[in-house]
Design a protein around this ligand. Structure first.
Ligand SMILES: [Zn+2]
Length: 192
């Protein structure tokens, strides 16, 4: 069984799997709050080896470069390659917020198809799937015990109102994995 901790040190719900893999970061400037949060959750910074970003909007990747400098490896997926810097211009307009653009040479790129074998080597049974219902670069992390970490995908109970094909396709592909619990970027977890 994997342990998924919710780490909320700003406006985004970030997640940590087995104290080893971070999913998402909050906005730029939240590093001190992050340190306080992991301490409260009994996570040592040296134990966190990897960062996966559900999509590269500013409230999900703001301190990725700081994480890289702390020793984490940023794993990004081929569908995300063109979007790594899509939030840089937003942060460059805000001179009061310290932001470090991601050093692309440090990213470990892989295809979603390779994610299962990669996670298996970390003792995690699951995979990463491309779920473009929120943005072209959005991915979801699926754990085989029935957990989906879906980032900013519109919550399942709201989607009938959108009539959005990509959103429906994203949810269909998530739900094909026998999901029991959904973790969102900005909402409480949902049980199915
Ligand atoms: Zn977003």
């Amino acid at each position: 069984m994997n342990e998924v901790k919710t780490l909320k040190y700003g406006n985004t719900r970030c997640y940590c799997i087995n104290n080893r893999v971070m999913i998402d970061t909050d906005w730029a400037g939240t590093l001190p709050a992050f340190f306080k949060c992991i301490k409260e959750n009994h996570i040592k910074i040296s134990d966190i080896e990897y960062l996966i970003v559900t999509h590269f909007h500013p409230d999900h990747m703001g301190i990725s470069q700081e994480f890289i400098e702390l020793g984490m490896t940023l794993i990004a997926f081929e569908e995300q390659r063109a979007y790594i810097h899509c939030s840089d211009s937003i942060f460059s307009k805000d001179k009061n917020t310290p932001f470090k653009p991601i050093d692309g040479s440090k990213i470990l790129f892989m295809s979603c198809a390779d994610s299962r074998s990669f996670l298996f080597r970390l003792g995690i049974e699951g995979e990463v799937i491309h779920t473009a219902g929120h943005s072209d670069d959005s991915i979801s992390v699926i754990l085989d015990e029935g957990i989906a970490i879906v980032g900013d995908l519109s919550p399942l109970h709201t989607i009938s109102g959108y009539k959005d094909k990509r959103l429906e396709e994203s949810w269909n592909s998530i739900l094909s994995h026998n999901i029991k619990k959904i973790y969102y970027g900005h909402f409480n977890e949902e049980y199915l």
